[in-house]
Design a protein around this ligand. Structure first.
Ligand code: HEM
Length: 556
């Protein structure tokens, strides 16, 4: 862990290494005639001694020893590892953490090195003024720390984020609205053409929306969608494999990055055999590699004397427009140092930017649609349809733009409830190596990893009464909406909050407006889909349901 103030290994090795040296000297002093068995016994004793010292340090001497929580969690990271990887299919530590809060109060020590706070009003570690670092071991579930999402240090993150921030600005996203409209229309046309009126043919909306989200994110990043909406089976295998990869990511987190290293070193066919459906994900990365390599080669030829000697993105209006072409050029034309523009780094950034926007947006679309189709006390869908129809009629029959859609209270309630109940499930750990902080009467030493979980706020009954219910109506009143918005944190917090917030919100508004608006000319009816098919059960950073059946509907 870079730059944490205290590591128990330092303390432990400080005490044990001199002791071990003495023991070994004693062993070898008898004219080096020591038997191998005696040596092994000595090694075992030393290891036990080391473990005992670590245990005593963690339980009684560590600056975190004073914080409440189960002793086993304070003693070893294996406790978390068990709930992350094994218990009930993995991704279940969030439940255990909630139980700890029930037993020990709002602040608990959830591992030898991390505190978790469940208090809607506390946000000290995420303040903009903080130098918030991300712990490398936690974000290892994504494989690499070479992208803006997983960067450890505050300073490096600032540099990387500054280089691409403008690309995600509301003005830049607004230029993408027509493309989102086009992709949503494409999805709806397919639903109509291939499924409408077919009694025996249900479509899985989880797959369909994931394809939409992938095409929106890749079109935004590269100005050309990957074409998943053209896939005859809606990329079914690849979409399903995402859940297995989510779990694999947690194994990688707990196994010190070993799992990804092994997967990278074995032949692709073997990796795919070990993770059936992985071929779909592999296909995504191949597409990504082609785009990145093509763009890098083009940039290289432009910057070489033969290529004309003119670098895009220099001074002047023409170059500025060119710099907007895609995220790769945005990075290459930025003021980042050369080591931040290597092919590996550029590819890592592209993959984080696109992957961050696919599972998240796709599954929120599926979850929210399920709620709209299934809630019947009172029914939600007719209220949404009526609002959309009336608004369009008032607009002279023309479709409303994104800015106009955002003014519709019921649609806003639908989007907010989807974001509240189904956004990122993982806790968001940070540490500040420069300053300590306080929580109530507790002093938290600098360098301590502290996390909170947005879902704890989203599901707090004192803020959102009957919090697990999908109730768009709770957002209708403007003053209530203003009050509740403070507690809606689907896009994270502080300096590390989501870069894709604007594009994701635009996608949600436009998709619901077109799917349930007066022009869609179709109805959706759930087929054999229950709440267990959508409600979060596993926390693989994104929420995953217990069942893998998806959200299947008939199109009428
Ligand atoms: C509704 C959909 C989305 C949700 C709920 C969501 C949620 C989040 C959250 C909670 C974080 C912070 C994670 C952390 O603190 O560790 C994050 C970061 C990020 N998201 Fe999103 N996201 C969504 C869509 C998107 C889209 C569409 C894109 C891009 C096209 C995107 C790109 C990113 C990036 C690049 C980061 C890292 C930002 C940084 O560290 O500076 N996200 N997202």
């Amino acid at each position: 862990m870079a730059e944490t103030a205290v590591t128990d290994y330092e303390v432990v090795t400080g005490n044990v290494v001199p002791a071990a040296t003495l023991a070994l000297r004693a062993l070898f002093s008898d004219d080096m005639a020591l038997h191998a068995s005696a040596l092994s016994a000595a090694v075992v004793v030393l290891i036990l001694l080391l473990l005992l010292t670590i245990a005593i340090y963690r339980l009684y001497l560590s600056p975190l020893a004073k914080f409440p929580g189960p002793k086993l969690a304070a003693l070893t990271g294996l406790y978390e590892g068990y709930y992350d990887c094994i218990h009930e299919g993995g991704g279940r530590y969030y439940r255990q953490i909630n139980e700890m809060h029930e037993d020990y109060g709002p602040i608990v020590r959830i591992s030898p090195w991390e505190l978790h706070i469940r208090d809607q009003e506390w946000s000290e570690i995420y303040k903009i003024s903080r130098r918030a670092y991300k712990p490398e071991w936690y974000y290892r579930f994504l494989g690499s720390t070479s992208n803006v999402f997983t960067t450890v240090s505050h300073e490096q993150h600032r540099m990387r984020r500054d280089a691409i921030q403008a690309y995600f600005s509301p003005a830049a996203v607004a230029r993408h609205e027509a493309e989102i409209e086009r992709l949503v229309d494409k999805l709806i046309a397919r639903l109509r053409d291939e499924y409408q009126g077919k009694e025996d043919r249900a479509v899985d909306l989880y797959d369909a929306f994931r394809c939409l989200a992938t095409d929106v994110a890749t079109a935004f990043a590269f100005r050309k969608p990957f074409g998943h909406l053209d896939s005859p089976d809606w990329e079914h295998d690849g979409n399903r494999a995402v859940q297995s990869f989510g779990r694999l990511g947690l194994f990688n987190r707990q196994a010190n990055g070993l799992v990804m290293k092994v997967l990278r070193s074995i032949p692709t066919w073997l990796a795919v055999a070990l993770n059936p459906g992985g071929g779909g994900v592999e296909g995504f990365f191949k597409q990504l590699a082609v785009v990145v390599n093509t763009e890098l080669a083009a940039a290289k030829s432009k910057s070489s004397p033969r290529g004309g000697g003119r670098r895009s993105g220099g001074e002047g209006q023409g170059e500025e427009e060119e710099a907007q072409v895609n995220i790769i050029r945005q990075i290459l034309n930025s003021s980042l140092p050369p080591e931040e523009k290597t092919p590996y780094r550029v590819a890592a950034e592209c993959s984080s930017v696109t992957l961050a926007g696919t599972e998240t947006t796709g599954s929120i679309l599926a979850f929210t649609t399920f709620q709209l189709l299934s809630c019947d006390h009172p029914p939600k869908l007719p209220a949404l349809q009526e609002e959309l129809a009336q608004a369009q009629q008032k607009n002279g029959g023309k479709r409303l733009t994104y800015q106009e859609l955002k003014e519709l209270p019921y649609l806003t309630g639908v989007v907010n409830e989807g974001l509240r109940l189904h956004s990122v499930s993982g806790r968001l750990p940070r540490y500040d190596p420069t300053q300590g902080m306080t929580y109530q009467d507790w002093y938290i030493p600098k360098g301590t990893i502290v996390s909170t979980t947005p879902n704890d706020t989203h599901l707090a009954n004192d803020i959102f009464p009957i919090s697990s219910w999908f109730v768009p109506e709770r957002w209708m009143d403007p003053s209530q909406r203003k009050r509740l918005s403070k507690y809606l944190l689907p896009f994270g917090r502080g300096t590390r909050s989501c870069l894709g917030m604007e594009i994701a919100t635009m996608e949600l508004y436009i998709t619901f407006a077109r799917l349930f608006g007066p022009d869609s000319c179709m109805d959706l009816e759930l087929y054999d889909s229950k709440w267990q098919d959508v409600w979060m059960y596993h926390d693989f950073f994104s929420p995953f349901p217990k069942n893998k059946k998806g959200v299947r509907v008939f199109v009428r």
